[in-house]
Design a protein around this ligand. Structure first.
Ligand code: COA
Length: 448
């Protein structure tokens, strides 16, 4: 299998856009500094290929007039802070061909083809040189094509990335932009002037637990793999019912699908990794704060409006207690996230001398950098993200895939594609733990 005739160009906004440095919020500049891919597959369009590519590029160029920060570049300012230089250098658009048919791919499974059709980000470049958005359209021999969108997490979170994709698709279909983005990130710059010191300690910014008696270096070096684990709607409800049966939530309503499934994933990871019962472990949860702020953020706030929360426990504790106990620990931490808490996080970060220490650089070989793999897990919900239905004018995608999220312990929770209530866990684990995880994951549901 070969990718050939690869060409690349910069697509710029079609009109002059505001230039200057755009201030970023503290939430943009911490946590993840890498690009996040999404991958769409389309059947053969009715138009000829040259015209498809032309339309994709020209609509992109028009869409960038509204979403112009994506065409800029990051710049380092003082004290480890970043801004976006809105210089309209452009987004990278790669066109390529591959000598296989779409039907040769099991698009659902994580495929060795993906690294060839998802554009790579060259981390050897300085951040001032790395495009914030890199796209690749790849034509398959059957006439179908893939579109990979690799977008900087400093500039957008999942909601904002999908807002951009849906507006670009709309413009590509010949319609007008429906909801222009709100580019003013000052709405998330709390404490100007600084607020009095907060009631929160923010221990979440401390290092995550490490494996007892092991160096995190040896864990970091382990080979990882990605599996897509489907949960039927019956299995999902079984888990939710079990959580509710085994522990009454003190917070009004029963547990959500996310709370029940994340609990099950966390427990299963401790089992598959054969942790000692006294092994400390943490579960990372990404929380969207848009509607938790007072007042809520503008509907189309464009940026990162998420905070990472961490639930900590011991493997013995989460395995020996009922599922609902773990779900209640998760809920307790999510419920902490309100306007006061978010402002306090922002204030805390703002007061830091050097913000760069709060970023995960990827790929990292730095043994000192925090390691969120074994013994830790992360479950990111994409349940409320509009990931399906990106119609660029030639019909909706036949398949959407979250691309490569390949760090140990990372997982995404998505809706199944056929709308039957099934959910999918896109899970990355060390190769040596994956089979045991899968076995325990399904066996423990069967035993409920
Ligand atoms: N449309 C449809 N259903 C919605 C909804 C929406 N816009 N918003 C919430 N719901 C549903 C949820 O699916 C859930 O229903 P369920 O119990 O049947 O699953 C219920 O309302 C409660 O949702 P929520 O309050 O969001 O709780 P949760 O436990 O499902 O999720 C979080 C908790 C923290 C994961 C979630 O609040 C969140 O922040 N999600 C966004 C994460 C994100 O931004 N991911 C991308 C990162 S880049």
């Amino acid at each position: 299998m070969k990718v050939f005739n690869k060409t690349s160009c910069m697509v710029k906004p079609s009109e002059e856009t505001w230039s200057g440095n755009l201030t970023l919020s503290e939430l943009d500049q911490t946590s993840v500094l890498n690009h996040v891919p999404t991958l769409y597959f389309y059947k053969q369009p009715s138009e000829d290929w040259a015209s498809v590519v032309r339309t994709l590029k020209s609509s992109l160029s028009s869409t960038l007039v509204h979403f112009y920060p994506l065409a800029g570049r990051l710049v380092n300012i003082d004290r480890g802070r970043l801004e976006i230089n809105c210089n309209a250098i452009g987004v990278e658009f790669i066109e390529a061909y591959i000598d296989i048919k779409l039907s040769d791919l099991d698009t659902f499974l994580h495929s060795p083809v993906y690294p060839k059709i998802i554009p790579e980000i060259d981390h050897k470049l300085s951040i001032e040189e790395i495009p914030l958005l890199v796209l690749q359209v790849t034509r398959f021999v059957c006439g179908g094509f893939s579109l990979a969108v690799n977008i900087s997490h400093v500039v957008v979170d999942g909601q904002s990335a999908l807002h951009f994709i849906s507006e670009w698709a709309r413009v590509c279909r010949g319609e007008l932009i429906e909801s222009p983005p709100c580019l003013d990130r000052k709405v998330l710059r709390a404490g100007d002037p600084p607020r009095p010191s907060s009631m929160y300690e923010h221990e979440e910014f401390g290092p995550p637990p490490v494996l007892i008696n092991q160096s995190s270096k040896s864990e970091r070096e382990q080979e990882t793999m990605v599996s897509m684990l489907t949960l039927t709607s019956t299995q999902v409800e079984k888990l939710r019912n079990e959580a509710n049966r085994s522990h009454k939530s003190e917070m009004g309503h029963g547990f959500t699908r996310y709370e029940a499934i994340a609990s099950h994933i966390w427990r299963t990871s401790s089992k598959a990794r054969k942790h000692l019962s006294e092994q400390p472990t943490t579960l990372a949860i990404c929380v969207d704060v848009r509607n938790r702020m007072m007042p809520p953020l503008p509907q189309k706030y464009f940026g990162n409006a998420i905070v990472n929360m961490f639930v900590t426990g011991y493997s013995g504790e989460i395995l020996s207690n009922p599922l609902g106990y773990v779900a209640s620990k998760i809920r307790e931490v999510i419920n902490k996230v309100d306007d006061k808490y978010v402002n306090s996080v922002i204030e805390y970060l703002k007061n830091q001398e050097d913000l760069s220490q709060f970023r995960d650089l990827e790929p990292t070989n730095d043994d000192e950098a925090p390691f969120y793999g074994n013994p830790n897990m992360g479950v990111i919900s994409w349940l409320t993200l509009p990931i399906y239905g990106a119609d660029f004018g030639w019909g909706k995608e036949i398949h959407m895939n979250p691309g490569t999220h390949d760090s140990d312990g990372g997982s995404l929770l998505l809706h199944g594609q056929n709308g039957d209530g099934s959910l999918v866990v896109a899970l990355c684990l060390q190769v040596r733990h994956m089979e045991d995880f899968k076995k325990a994951f399904y066996q423990d549901i069967d035993m409920i």
